[in-house]
Design a protein around this ligand. Structure first.
Ligand SMILES: NC(=O)c1ccc[n+]([C@@H]2O[C@H](COP(=O)([O-])OP(=O)(O)OC[C@H]3O[C@@H](n4cnc5c(N)ncnc54)[C@H](O)[C@@H]3O)[C@@H](O)[C@H]2O)c1
Length: 254
């Protein structure tokens, strides 16, 4: 499929995980991909692999974010897709009783303020074009509670969800779609390592997933490519769940 032929896509956090898988998928579908990451080595590697452009950017820094979209526009002539995806989930963000104000603020900055900055700086390009698709990465924890809490992470993703909905409504008649992507847990190296050490911890989570496994990053990327493309032309302001059925489940299959 070449649904994204010649579209210009900016991806934050493109050096790893969901961002990297999406950079690959976007490029396969014909897009020109701008790979932004704070990690220069990973970002350069991703950009080289997909024949795109690397921009070093810390998504919490407004000047960096403005430069990232300007570079995309100056190099390729438009900003058609913004996948605002970079995020963190550090171990010092835990139960509300344990989490200090520094961890709380750091996670809010990287996960939520970054999405505000990226939307603020992407939308004017899209307004001038009369067209654009923004996908902001939230999480299934934005719609469900967890007893194994990461309180600032969860609150930040709830913020991403509400902000995306509002922007989707506000800019709908200007041809700009804004959706919140809500992935379920993804099979990442970090997750694998954690659960190899502690199978009970893995089982406690797997039991809630009707599909019976974690997602592959490429499966999340496929949903992002759909939302980015004109196939999703009537989808905006949505909480787009890609969660293997977790959020719909009461009793799961044995
Ligand atoms: N992995 C999961 O199970 C899962 C589930 C739901 C939602 N998500 C969300 O998906 C997104 C991507 O997650 P992932 O698992 O692919 O993560 P990852 O850690 O594999 O990749 C995140 C990338 O973001 C970059 N990054 C971190 N801080 C940055 C900053 N300040 N500026 C620019 N880049 C920065 C990192 O360098 C890294 O390359 C995150 O928003 C995460 O919260 C992940």
């Amino acid at each position: 499929m070449q649904r994204l032929q010649d579209r210009v896509a900016v991806i934050t956090g493109a050096g790893s995980g969901i961002g990297l898988a999406t950079a690959r998928r976007f490029a396969e579908e014909g897009a020109r991909v701008v790979c932004a990451d704070v990690d220069e080595e990973a970002g350069v590697k991703a950009a080289n692999e997909v024949g795109g452009l690397f921009v070093k950017a810390d998504v919490t820094d407004e000047d960096d974010v403005a430069r990232m979209f300007r570079t995309a526009f100056d190099t390729y002539g438009s900003v058609d897709i913004a996948f605002n995806n970079a995020g963190i989930s550090p171990p010092d963000d835990d139960s509300i009783l344990e989490t200090g104000i520094d961890a709380w603020r750091r996670v809010q900055e990287v996960n939520l303020t970054s999405v505000y900055l990226c939307c603020k700086h992407a939308i004017p390009y899209m307004q001038r074009q009369g067209k654009g698709s923004i996908i902001n990465t939230a999480s299934f924890v934005a719609v469900m509670g967890s007893a194994t809490s990461q309180i600032s992470y969860t609150a930040s993703k709830g913020g991403v969800l509400a902000m995306s909905r509002e922007l989707g409504v506000q800019f709908a008649r200007e041809g700009i779609r804004v959706n919140a992507l809500c992935p379920g847990p993804v099979n990442t190296p970090l997750l694998q390592e954690l659960f190899a050490k502690d199978p009970e911890r893995a089982q406690r989570r797997l039991v809630h997933i009707p599909v019976g496994r974690f997602a592959e990053a490429s499966e999340i990327a496929a949903a992002v490519a759909f939302l980015a493309s004109d196939d999703a032309s009537f989808i905006t302001g949505s909480e787009f769940l890609v969660d293997g059925g977790i959020s719909g489940a009461y009793v799961t299959p044995l």
